[in-house]
Write a protein that binds this ligand. Structure first.
Ligand SMILES: Nc1ncnc2c1ncn2[C@@H]1O[C@H](COP(=O)(O)OP(=O)(O)OP(=O)(O)O)[C@@H](O)[C@H]1O
Ligand SMILES: [Mg+2]
Length: 322
């Protein structure tokens, strides 16, 4: 049994706006992260992911609750906690008036690395993230993707005990996405715990040991991807593209034989089917009776995307017909 590196109890953040409006960004969440795991934190825009990360990384004060890092209160000992943490924030928080290399070296020195170690690591990461030939240019001259790569390199420089990555693939082309995952996996193998938010569902499914799904400041579910998939009515899903769609079709489809549940997402009618082999003829006949034309029908097995839709009622990615 792995020990917990992080224990989060009743964590809450309420923002008070100047006009008196209160936003409950995080509504008292409880969960643990195990030492050495890759933990995915998934939710739609505005779910409270970045706000949670900002509290876990000491950048924002919690309104209420407790955070234990390595068994010690991070809220009471933020300076000690900071030494163990690496963070790739969602926004660009690089020092734009420094060169890439200076950003890395100053960061490493702040974390107590000696100069030769700092230089060695900087060389390694500048090379890996394709920035070696631009390392002496000011960050203000960097493209979005280059800045993102530098943010990732910086967070990895001091081999943190726990690395927070808030939507780290933003702005990265596919080849650098692969490099990010390779570097992340390498750090993880060497002992770093990873806390990752992302909007791309295939990634957490492949990379994460466990995943938490958050929505509107609340934790909706937590578990392995298989455990989460077991939460939806069935793992076989028929997608129907019709040239006209009405809300009543989902209700009617939900009553068809063999159908556990039906919903409409992104203009597609989804039928959750009990059996692996649905009765396509019956479904096609049913669409004919609706007086609408069937443009496409396909069968897929459920993905984390479907779990997400089921738990949050939101489709924050494009649900592609598979
Ligand atoms: N500094 C702030 N002041 C006021 N409200 C804030 C602030 N930061 C975040 N919020 C609010 O808190 C809620 C959660 O925001 P947060 O940035 O944590 O979401 P998120 O899950 O990271 O979303 P995204 O996927 O868009 O990054 C939102 O309603 C947001 O408007
Ligand atoms: Mg965010």
């Amino acid at each position: 049994m792995k020990s917990n590196i992080l224990e989060i109890k009743g964590l809450k953040k309420t923002f008070k706006m100047p006009n008196g409006h209160k936003i409950e960004a995080v509504k008292g969440i409880n969960f643990d992260v195990k030492r050495g795991e890759v933990f995915g934190f998934l939710g739609p825009n505005g779910a409270g992911k970045s706000t949670t990360i900002s509290m876990l990384t000491t950048q924002r004060k919690a309104t209420d609750g407790e955070i234990l890092l390595d068994g010690e209160s991070l809220i009471q000992h933020p300076a000690r906690a900071r030494k163990k943490i690496g963070v790739v924030a969602q926004h660009n928080n690089l020092d734009r008036g420094l060169t890439a290399r200076e950003n890395l070296i100053y960061h490493a020195r702040y974390f107590g690395m000696d100069m030769s170690n700092a230089n060695r690591k900087a060389d390694e990461y500048l090379e890996k993230f394709g920035l070696a030939d631009r390392q002496h240019d000011y960050v203000r001259s960097y493209s979005g993707g280059m800045a993102q790569r530098l943010k990732i390199a910086r967070a990895m420089m001091h081999t943190p005990e726990i690395l927070y990555l808030d939507e780290p693939t933003t702005g990265l082309d596919p080849s650098y996405r692969t490099i990010l995952w390779e570097q992340m996996t390498e750090l993880n193998r060497a002992g770093t715990t990873i806390f990752l938010t992302t909007h791309y569902m295939e990634e957490p499914e492949k990379l994460c040991d466990r995943i938490a799904i958050v929505n509107q400041g609340e934790l909706k579910a937590i578990g392995t991807s298989d455990e989460l998939k077991a939460l939806i009515p069935s793992k076989n899903i028929v997608s129907l593209k019709l040239n006209r769609l009405e809300a009543s079709y989902a209700e009617a489809a939900g009553r068809l034989p063999g159908v556990a549940k039906a919903t409409i997402q992104n203009g597609i009618l989804l039928l959750f089917i009990h059996d692996a082999q649905p009765d396509f003829n019956m479904i096609i006949d049913w669409t004919k009776n609706l007086g609408t034309e069937l443009q496409n029908i396909s069968l897929s097995t459920s993905t984390l995307d479907d779990v997400f839709i089921h738990l949050t009622g939101k489709d924050f990615m494009n649900h592609e017909s598979k």
